[in-house]
Every structure is written in C-alpha cells, then in structure tokens.
Ligand binder design. Structure first.
Ligand SMILES: Cc1cc2nc3c(=O)[nH]c(=O)nc-3n(C[C@H](O)[C@H](O)[C@H](O)COP(=O)(O)O)c2cc1C
Length: 212
C-alpha cells in the first residue's frame, strides 16, 4: 500500500473478528517498526506480545477492576482533566461520534474489543519518560501503519495500561519497566459501525504557523 494512503486511511479499530494473527505476521510488523527513529538511536522500547490465555487473564482482571471502579494508576502521568481549548471540544466531538454507534459493543467484546493480540510497550523505569514515550509513539505509529498496509487493524490504548501491576504480575519481563500504551491488533470487523464513524482533523490553519 502506498505510504500516504496508509497514513490517511488508518483508523482506530474497536471491533475485531475472531481470526488470529499469525506470529509470523506480528514479527513482520515489528521487523518494520524497529526502524523507527529514536533519541540518539537508543531504541528504548520493548514490545510485549500477549495472546491466548495470558491475554484472557489480563483482560479479565482489568475488566473486573473497571467494573468495581478501582482507581487507575498509570506508570506515566496521565493527562489532567482540564483540557485547554480547543482540545476539550475535540474530545467531546469524539465522545459524541462514538456514542451513536457503540452502545453495548465494547462491553460485548471486552476491554480489547475482541482483539486476539495486544502489544504492550514499555520503557526502562530509570529513563526520564518524556522523550522515551515520544520514541515509543513513533514506533507504535509504524506498527499501526504496517498492520494497516496488511489489512490488519489496531487501536492504541492508554486504557490497556491503567493498572500496570496487573500487567507486571503476568509479564515478568516487564518488571523494572514502565508501561506506555497497549496496542490491540487483529483483523478488523469492517461491518461494525464502531469502525466506521466519521472522525475529523483540525485544518492546517488551526495547526500551523509560519515564520519567515
Ligand atoms: C496515546 C493514545 C492513547 C489512546 N487510548 C485509547 C483508549 O484507551 N481507548 C480507545 O478506544 N482509543 C484510544 N486511543 C485512540 C484515539 O482515540 C484515536 O487515535 C483518536 O480518536 C483518533 O482517531 P483515529 O485513530 O481513528 O484516527 C488512543 C490514542 C493514543 C495516541
């Protein structure tokens, strides 16, 4: 798929079919994405590929905590609730667009929208996290684009890392590391309305200033 088209067409997928993603395909995505740029080529990311019973155990525990409203404890400082304009308005627009199409769909398919695989991204806890998380973001975008180019879907999820103690208990390689995001990965259910609602972007005039 042509790069610019992949960038424009990718969207967050929040309902997946039950089809698995072969390990070989996941390796292909990560093989491409490991070429992402990073601060002084430090490549601070580690990817924890979670599937099967381990994913089911994590999803079950996270869903139980969400149901009983256990306070979230992200490893990275979460955004403050008082978003400056126009960011707050954009969040409201997203919520309104989703509300019309998602009634019951997330609850019906679980926290990870039925994805057969979630990639959890971590950084060493000794790192200052701001630029390290920036680097992880570049790597994650590459994963999402490489997946999209192969007809796969992704959803980057902060929500997936809201209870990192649950993840560390299941993933021993993540001890001593901070969770940045999870990325749900699978075959998109293209009939599901949640995967088709319109999303917009700010115009260039809103985003760009020129200096000469
Ligand atoms: C850092 C980050 C965290 C996100 N967390 C979530 C999440 O927890 N749940 C979710 O449904 N979408 C999540 N998203 C997806 C965004 O809502 C989505 O990217 C945005 O609305 C733009 O839509 P698009 O990806 O379809 O273009 C997250 C995206 C990013 C970059």
């Amino acid at each position: 798929m042509e790069l610019e088209r992949a960038i424009r067409d990718r969207r967050s997928i929040r309902r997946f079919t039950t089809s698995p993603v072969p390990d070989e395909t996941i390796r292909e995505l990560l093989e491409v994405a490991r070429w992402a740029p990073s601060w002084a080529n430090t490549q601070c990311w580690r990817v924890h590929v979670v599937q099967g019973d381990a994913l089911a155990r994590i999803a079950g525990e996270l869903e139980a905590r969400a149901a009983s409203q256990v306070e979230r404890r992200f490893d990275l400082p979460p955004p403050k609730p008082d978003w400056p304009p126009p960011l707050g308005r954009r969040i409201e627009e997203l919520i309104a667009a989703r509300r019309g199409v998602e009634a019951g769909s997330e609850a019906a398919r679980g926290l990870f929208f039925g994805a057969p695989c979630v990639l959890f991204l971590t950084i060493d806890e000794r790192l200052q996290p701001v630029y390290a998380a920036f680097d992880v973001g570049l790597m994650v975008q590459s994963v999402c684009l490489a997946a999209h180019a192969r007809g796969l879907g992704t959803c980057i999820m902060a929500r997936a890392v809201a209870h990192p103690d649950v993840l560390r208990a299941e993933l021993p390689e993540a001890r001593g590391r901070r969770f940045v995001v999870g990325v749900a990965l699978g075959v998109p259910d293209l009939q599901a309305p949640i995967n088709g609602f319109p999303r917009g972007r700010a115009s260039l005039d809103e985003l760009v200033s020129w200096g000469r």
